[in-house]
Design a protein. Structure first.
Length: 337
């Protein structure tokens, strides 16, 4: 039985930052994640993708952000149970929670933070008969190592941030010949990304195909070409090295949905007027896994939620002690020079 002050379910950026905030309050944390390495989606799906909205970092790679968060949390010596999924939560008579993983590892604490991001997830796949045959043989849903795509003829499908971010990245960094296919004239990505993409189109670095979609894949052992159909019904064949259908992720809460938490639209409802606590006292949900009026699924918003949740967790664990806000500019952090 692993005993701690706060069990954090989810080792993504928000969960790791919660370790730091809890450490400032002298609270110990133990982190559980089904992925065998810390970082959540940032490590598993796009470690080399640049992130632009972390305060103080005009641009930082996702994997680098995780490295920094791990270093930031390290003075507080968190525990980790990785490669195991939190399967069940049981509340004991004394109010403490027991969290058991799918491998039988038990953890006990008076507080739980659920920081599971989107939960378990899988890519949204287009409905093309032979797409599974070409997976990892020319069809990729994620970009873990961008260098593997250098100097290749790439087509990307999608109109959201991920599709435009990678199209821009390849066009700017590797001088790839990039084709961008989108089913509409309108993009869901940030305006800045749309403007960058349009400028790269004018420079001939990105070829844009709007009101179009891929309808078939061709090749022997590896993908060799795609057929694209536009809204007029015309089809064109394009030869390529790889196709990236980036239509986002389909989130699934998994075991979380069986924990008697209030769920709304595949997310955990929380009270955002105070501390992001769920309908069960002592269980908080922070980051992309939660929902409340005005919710924004941004990492920096998750950092804010983690900070407030830690303050309330301290009060629950130490009901007779006064919460004293810790200013790191005054007290510093032991272990950092």
């Amino acid at each position: 039985m692993i005993k701690t002050d706060i069990i954090i379910i989810g080792a993504g950026p928000v969960g790791l930052f919660a370790v730091f905030e809890a450490g400032l309050m002298k609270l110990k944390c133990h982190v559980i994640d089904a992925i065998p390495i810390p970082g959540g989606q940032l490590s598993e799906i796009y470690p080399k993708k640049p992130i632009y909205d972390i305060p103080g970092f005009p641009s930082i790679l996702a994997g680098e952000l995780i490295d920094n968060l791990m270093k930031q949390a390290s003075p507080f010596k968190p525990g980790f149970t990785l490669g195991e999924r939190a399967e069940s939560i049981v509340r004991k008579k004394n109010g403490e929670f027991v969290v058991t993983t799918n491998k039988g590892t038990k953890h006990i604490a008076p507080i739980i933070f659920i920081a599971g991001g989107l939960g378990s997830f899988e890519p949204r796949k287009p409905k093309i008969d032979n797409i599974e045959f070409f997976e990892d043989k020319g069809v990729n849903y994620f970009v873990k190592e961008p260098a593997l795509f250098e100097e290749k003829k790439i087509f990307i499908s999608g109109g959201g941030d991920s599709a435009l971010d990678w199209a821009i990245y390849f066009a700017e960094n590797f001088k790839n010949n990039v084709g961008l296919i989108h089913r509409s004239n309108f993009f869901r990505a940030h305006n800045d990304s749309v403007l960058k993409m349009q400028n790269l189109c004018k420079k001939g670095k990105i070829s844009l195909y709007t009101n179009s979609e891929v309808i078939s894949l061709n090749g022997n052992n590896f993908l060799e070409s795609i057929v694209v159909k536009n809204s007029d019904g015309n089809t064109s064949k394009y030869f390529l090295d790889c196709w990236l259908p980036l239509f986002g992720l389909s989130p699934k809460l998994g075991p979380i949905s069986n924990w008697d938490l209030e769920i709304e639209k595949n997310a955990i409802k929380v009270d955002n007027t105070l501390d992001y606590q769920t309908n069960i006292e002592g269980i908080f949900a922070i980051g992309d896994v939660n929902t409340y009026p005005g919710k924004l699924k941004l990492i920096l918003c998750g950092f804010h939620e983690a900070t407030l949740a830690v303050q309330s967790a301290y009060k629950i664990i130490n009901p007779t002690k006064k919460v004293v806000l810790k200013y790191t500019t005054v007290q510093g952090i032991k272990g950092f020079d």
